[in-house]
Design a protein around this ligand. Structure first.
Ligand code: SF4
Length: 150
């Protein structure tokens, strides 16, 4: 018999999120932004570079995976600060799955407390559009299929 949490997770009525481009999720504490071969190709194409060149200049190898490089303070290399205090991503249209699916990561939706903890860091959480359960589950599934350690 399936557990009830699998049938109806705590976020069954959806979750709200709207990015306000504060940049918190791409700045500060060091972390990993995982990129696979297909994503490296897409980003390299956007930057008019070869995948090999992009991989050499903008990624680092962590065990069997590649992660985007960070600046010394932990900011993502592709985070751009605007004069009005907002930020944008220099590779937004080719950004990796990990970035596309924020904040619907397994670690964030494990329970309401984890979601609330994420909301303290990301002011977009619990605001804006309501994302339905199928959309959230699709993001979780795609991350799981990609074997992202989120
Ligand atoms: S922390 Fe949240 S609101 Fe701020 S840029 Fe990241 S996703 Fe957007």
């Amino acid at each position: 018999m399936r557990k009830s949490a699998e049938i109806s997770p705590w976020y069954a009525d959806g979750l709200k999120f709207r990015c306000i481009q504060c940049g918190n999720c791409c700045a500060g504490a060091p972390g990993y932004v995982w990129v696979n071969t297909r994503e490296i190709q897409a980003i390299a194409r956007q930057l008019d570079m070869s995948p090999e060149q992009f991989e050499r200049l903008h990624t680092r190898r962590i065990r069997q995976r590649q992660s985007l490089l960070e600046l010394d303070g932990g900011d993502c290399e592709f985070l751009v600060y605007e004069t009005d205090g907002r930020t944008h991503c220099a590779i937004h249209s080719a950004r990796p799955l990990q970035c596309r699916t924020w904040p619907f990561w397994e670690s964030n939706v494990t329970n309401p407390r984890a979601w609330a903890t994420s909301a303290r860091h990301c002011p977009g959480i619990n605001n804006g559009e309501l994302y339905s359960l199928p959309i959230i589950q699709d993001a979780l599934r795609r991350n799981a299929d990609a074997d992202l350690p989120l």
